[in-house]
Structures are given as structure tokens and as C-alpha cells.
Design a protein. Structure first.
Length: 216
């Protein structure tokens, strides 16, 4: 038979074991919560990296395509002296085109808001592209003003997307916009004005069919 002192001791031991179990459970809960928070932080961080950096494989594919073209180009065309290469028609030399775009102080872009959203989605990954603070919209048609560096970023980004994206529709949209941007910059090269009286460069993405002549 247990004496009263033994029962008291046993009760005290059981009480301490219960308290110890509660502390262990509390610590385990804290550990599980910390694991969950850490996992969430890692997932969010990876998502942010993907959103900011974009698709690194796209850049790699673009670089491989560029290297391949540069290696195969001599077999298709005879080599040209450095002087001849620098005197190519305006707008044909990529470096000359980008330099001309960088020299534009401000460009007015006019396009549908969906087209503007497409441009921002793909060009904003470039650190030189700056989304303007003011975007004027009128019945779904937006007008924005961007700088020369943003035009350079748009041209290079659209060119990359038009050659590397897996979606043919995305490639087609990017290719069309890239063509319109480069054509406009090419006109700047051909007819350059640096005086303040000249109008700012304007790029309008609003192709329309020629009106039908009612007389015929």
C-alpha cells in the first residue's frame, strides 16, 4: 500500500509530466509554424525572382541563335570591309539603330491598351525600360510618352520575344511591334533634326484598311 507521501509524490510526478508534455507540444507547434512560414517565404521569393528576371532560358536561346547566325553568316555572304559595314543603309545596322533610339528624348506612343499591356509585360523586364507615370486613355486607346532608353529596351525585348517565345501568336505580336518601332527609328536616322522646332517622335499602332471609294 502507498502511503500519503507516496501518493503525493506520484501525483507531483504526473503533474510535472503533463506540464512537460504541454511544453513539448508547444515547441513542436512553433517548429511546424516556423517551417510553414519558411516554406511560404521561399515560394514567394522564387515567384518574385521569376517575375523580375523573367525566363532566363529565353535569353540563353536568344544568345545561342545569335551565335549560330553569326557563325553561318560568312558562308552566305562575302566578307565586307569595316568601312562598307559602317555605311549600310540607315536603319539596317542594329547598333546604329539602337544608338539612334537612345538619342530620342521623348517618344509619343499611341496604341490600344491591350497592345500597351503587351509591351509593358515584355519590355518592363529590361532595366532600361521605365513605365511612365501618366497614361492617358480615351475609349480604350492609350497615349503615353517614353524616353529613348525605354525605346531601346522595347526594341531589344520585342526582338528577343519574336524569336524565342514558344507561342506563335506572341511571336507575331512582338515581331509586328518590333518592325513598327524600328521603322520609326529608321526614319529618324534618315531625316534627323536636333532643333527644338521639330515635333517629337510618334509611334502609332493603329493599322486600318483604305476606305472604299463610294463612286466605284
Amino acid at each position: 500500500m502507498f502511503g500519503s507521501s507516496d501518493r503525493d509524490l506520484l501525483q507531483q510526478i504526473l503533474q510535472e509530466l503533463g506540464q512537460l508534455r504541454e511544453r513539448v507540444n508547444g515547441q513542436q507547434h512553433a517548429i511546424d509554424q516556423a517551417k510553414q512560414e519558411t516554406s511560404t517565404t521561399i515560394i514567394n521569393g522564387l515567384a518574385e525572382i521569376r517575375r523580375t528576371v523573367g525566363d532566363p532560358l529565353a535569353d540563353i536561346r536568344h544568345e545561342l541563335a545569335t551565335i549560330k547566325n553569326s557563325v553561318s553568316e560568312p558562308s552566305r555572304q562575302p566578307a565586307q570591309p569595316a568601312e562598307a559595314a559602317s555605311s549600310q543603309p540607315d536603319g539596317k545596322d542594329p547598333s546604329k539603330l539602337l544608338k539612334a533610339a537612345a538619342g530620342i528624348s521623348a517618344t509619343e506612343l499611341q496604341m490600344h491598351r491591350d497592345t500597351w499591356a503587351f509591351l509593358v509585360e515584355h519590355a518592363a523586364r529590361d532595366r532600361h525600360f521605365h513605365v511612365p507615370g501618366a497614361v492617358h486613355e480615351d475609349d480604350g486607346f492609350v497615349t503615353v510618352h517614353v524616353s529613348g532608353p525605354s525605346i531601346v529596351a522595347a526594341i531589344t525585348s520585342l526582338d528577343r520575344v519574336s524569336h524565342t517565345d514558344h507561342d506563335p501568336v506572341t511571336r507575331a505580336i512582338a515581331g509586328h511591334l518590333h518592325q513598327r518601332f524600328t521603322e520609326t527609328v529608321g526614319q529618324v536616322i534618315k531625316d534627323l533634326h536636333r532643333d527644338s522646332d521639330a515635333e517629337h517622335v510618334k509611334i502609332v499602332i493603329d493599322d486600318r484598311a483604305k476606305p472604299v471609294d463610294d463612286e466605284h
